[in-house]
Design a binder for this molecule. Sequence first.
Ligand code: NAD
Length: 316
Amino acid sequence: MTRLRPAGQLSRQLRTFSSSSRLTAAANVQRLGVVGAGQMGLGIALVAAQKAQVPVTLVDNSEASLKKGIAFAEKLLAKDVSKSRITQEQADQARALLTPETSLEKLSDVDFVIEAVPEIAHLKFDIFSKLAQICPKHAILATNTSSISITRIAAATTKDPTDTSASSRVVSTHFMNPVPVQKGVEIISGLQTSQDTLDKAVEFCKAMGKIPSVSADSPGFLANRILMPYINEAVICLETGVGDRDSIDAIMKNGTNVPMGPLQLADFIGLDTCLAIMKVLHGETGDSKYRPSVLLGKMVDAGWLGKKSGKGFYDY
Ligand code: NAD
């Protein structure tokens, strides 16, 4: 049976919804596209449906990922209802706003698209060159990349660098994991990004209930420039025997008041993602302080990617 929220909470939520609608309108978003229905893309699509209340076309080239993603969204909505955070009607409305698709061609009517495919540069370049062709000429083309240069992604939209009609609409909306929980989002401009694009990205992220931080297109941006060397150093402490897994996680968890230690956090982010970001930091700065841990590379080689593959520093 559906439990209703106390009246005060509901009216607060309605106020949030109406201010979200104003922000969604300010960003001029009638329909959102999300590419990639993995842990980030699914979270982005769900929060956009719930908070910004926009219809979302969710594209993934894998039927299995789409099915898994939609089932996970339904589970999260059911949990919100059971905890009286939302009503059953609100859960049904949010679910109805999500349309799963397997073809990028279905993004021909979106005003804003957010790409969240794996952190592989050539894959993102290929998708952005296609999005520039498929999406309407006013659409904002955003990436959730953790580390790849926004300027390079924007450059992939055109063969003529003097034609900035598409590249000026490319921006990064770098959401944090898990998207339904973390309030922060980094908004990053490439060299080509227009002020209008940046403003719309900020407005739309606010409509999604997020708190944007604007940062420069520099390797790792802000969040990963700080977070990933911390995780990498924890793995180096493990591989060189400075401490075992539990000691490393316990001291950081209990000593710095964070919800989980760096090794568990790495498992949640995905060890492949962590390694990819360290490689970008190391490769683009040439600074040895960003050298990826050998153990991290070996674990990725073994397919031990953390929570998503069932094994990482912990077993799942
Ligand atoms: P993921 O592996 O969970 O999901 C990626 C999804 O993209 C999969 O469902 C896959 O089927 C789909 N995909 C692959 N190729 C595709 C294609 N050509 N067209 C459409 N869909 C395709 O990855 P994730 O953890 O959600 O990460 C996605 C992006 O978000 C990466 O750029 C990552 O760096 C970034 N990011 C990740 C985190 C994190 O904590 N995991 C945090 C912030 C940003």
